[in-house]
Design a protein around this ligand. Structure first.
Ligand code: PLP
Length: 380
């Protein structure tokens, strides 16, 4: 990586990762599975406060297996947050199922309970009920889990919580990822902790996680010869990468603290300019601020998010718009989309939003440079 570029969210190693990697080499435990995998799973389950976990090769693989475990099949419907990264929705297509996208609420930017209720009403009217609801916890912040869970429970539909971006966050003192029937984390290079690539499924149902491990290791039935009664996948996390994860997880609370401090520094830095508003964090929510995200009021700021992003790019600084909602994506545009009312909240967040450099290894000087460039540009 070029040294002088300021990235959005680069990997941040502690140095202790090498101890676990070396141990794997010394014991020749290079294969997938091994002691690091077991320890990493146990540590994540304990951290999140759930019964069991299954380490997988990516968050996407975990979401795919979650749908498979909940028996989502060809022709089934899955309700899914629209404002998210495509990896939440793609696995619905892998299963041959039909996504129905649900709008966000202004308060959390996550799935809107009013829109979810409307979607259930609409589909009940058509005699259809989704097989699962995929709820995303965006940018390090939990969704409104009390209300969303109540609605899903009413219809007896299980929740898959896509917590890929929100490991370390909490909602009413319960950790993100403890609300889904199955929840999934990602350890991709840009996430708050990383194994370079990897993911974790968690659940309070140990039998489900056992089945996840079975499916993730080619679904080999118990027999000396290779016997298969189910289609399998090669989705397990390697023992070496799990070692990286153990060391990274030990640093997680520190990383959350730093990311929140970075966010606060932006908020303070922007106090004397107009038209830049922080992503809200309602009472009862504890966001990791995985990314520091703001919305721009173009009339007040005099600049669009895209103009600010290009200005930063000119200084070799990486910034990004907010995720483009799934219902606006060419691959998903044929699918239904349900909002709470006339407003399209996720689209407006996409049009107004900007994600600023948020890496926990970013220096204060670098952050001050980012703030100064934005201030000068907005005032110019
Ligand atoms: C990163 C991410 C994923 C996918 O995780 P990978 O480990 O990259 O496969 C899924 N959902 C969301 C919301 C993400 O941000």
């Amino acid at each position: 990586m070029t040294m002088d570029r300021i990235f959005l969210s680069p990997p941040h190693m502690t140095g202790n990762e090498l101890d676990y990697i070396n141990k794997a080499f010394e014991t020749n435990w290079i294969a997938p599975l091994g002691p690091n995998v077991n320890e990493f799973e146990a540590n994540i389950a304990k951290y999140v406060g759930v019964e069991s976990a299954a380490a997988v090769s990516s968050g996407t693989a975990g979401l795919h297996l979650a749908l498979e475990l909940l028996e989502v099949k060809q022709g089934d419907i899955v309700f899914c947050s629209s404002l998210t990264f495509a990896a939440s929705a793609n696995p619905i297509k892998y299963q041959g199922a039909t996504p129905v996208f649900i709008d966000s609420e202004e308060e959390t930017w996550n799935m809107c309970p009013v829109a979810l209720r409307r979607a259930f009403d609409k589909y009940e009217g058509l005699g259809k009920r989704p097989k699962a609801v995929m709820i995303v916890d965006l940018y390090g912040q939990s969704a409104n889990m009390d209300e969303l869970t109540e609605i899903c429970n009413h219809y007896g539909v299980p929740i898959i919580e896509d917590s890929a971006e929100s490991l370390g966050a909490s909602y009413k003192n319960r950790k993100s990822g403890s609300f889904g029937k199955i929840s999934v984390f990602s350890f991709n290079g840009n996430k708050i902790i990383t194994t370079s690539g990897g993911g974790m499924m968690v659940s309070d149902d140990p039998a489900l996680m056992e089945k996840a491990k079975f499916l993730a290791t080619q679904a080999r039935d118990k027999a000396v010869h290779y016997e298969h009664s189910h289609v399998g996948y090669n989705y397990r996390l390697s023992n070496i990468l799990a070692g990286v994860g153990i060391a990274q997880l030990n640093a997680l609370d520190d990383r959350v603290k730093i990311r929140r401090e970075i966010f606060e520094r932006y908020v303070e830095g922007f106090t004397d300019i107009e038209g830049i508003y922080p992503m809200p964090e309602p009472a009862g929510y504890y966001s990791t601020r995985w990314l520091s995200v703001f919305t721009i009021d173009v009339d007040q700021a005099g600049k669009t998010p895209h103009e600010i992003i290009s200005e930063l790019e000119g200084h070799n600084i990486e910034a990004r718009p907010v995720w483009k909602p799934m219902h606006l994506q060419p691959i998903f545009k044929e699918y239904d989309y349900v909002t709470a009312g006339d407003k399209d909240v996720s689209e407006s967040l996409f049009l107004k939003g900007i994600c600023l450099p948020s890496g926990s290894s970013m220096s204060i000087e670098d952050q001050e440079k980012v703030i100064q460039i934005i201030k000068n540009f907005v005032k110019s």
